[in-house]
Design a protein around this ligand. Structure first.
Ligand code: NI
Length: 185
């Protein structure tokens, strides 16, 4: 397994629509394993392949809290096949938009269909944080970020901040990576 670099906005690759995985071969399994390792290291509760610049429809998740038994999930070609009518608001964060958190409203429960690491077609009923994280990661596969679900004013503000930071970094200036406790995905 290997740690991969996570790309952040304004990297244009985050807007790519990822391609389906044709079958779960050794490369796909290695990708899933690398993604889980990278997600745990970040640390985060979810990661889509495009966040490590691989435009394939693969996501990993683990919403277990510290001290709880890990619940790693690796999903290829995940699709939401059912959304609950009731909604839920959660303060989301994203490893590709570090240190930024904002409330997003999404369906409270979903059912997803996907290919598991063993190649089998599976279904997953999710509620709570897992339902939110699953929708957040599937959005990534379609080039959608959680800031697309907030007001345009807030989105433009955070986007500009990251454009400026990228420019500063390119010029070799100082940049801060403060510690945080919130959970990103
Ligand atoms: Ni994210």
């Amino acid at each position: 397994m290997a740690l991969r670099d996570i790309i952040i906005i304004p990297d244009a690759r985050l807007r790519a629509v990822s391609a389906p995985v044709e079958r779960i071969d050794d490369d796909t399994k290695r990708l899933m394993d690398d993604m889980l390792e990278t997600m745990y290291d970040a640390p985060g509760i979810g990661l889509a392949a495009i966040q490590i610049a691989v435009p394939k429809r693969v996501v990993v998740l683990d919403v277990a809290r510290e001290g709880e038994e890990p619940q790693p999930l690796a999903l290829a070609n995940p699709e939401i096949v059912w959304f609950s009518p009731e909604m839920r608001v959660y303060q989301e964060g994203c490893l590709s938009i570090p240190e930024y958190f904002e409330d997003v409203e999404r369906p409270a429960r979903v059912r997803a269909r996907y290919l598991g690491r063993d190649g089998a077609v599976r279904e997953l009923d999710a509620d709570g944080l897992l339902a939110t994280a699953l929708q957040h990661e599937i959005d990534h596969l379609n080039g959608v970020l959680f800031i697309d679900h907030i007001s345009r004013l807030k989105r433009e503000r955070v986007w500009k901040k990251f454009v400026k930071a990228a420019r500063r970094e390119a010029e070799g200036g100082p940049h801060a990576h403060p510690h945080h406790d919130e959970r990103e995905m």
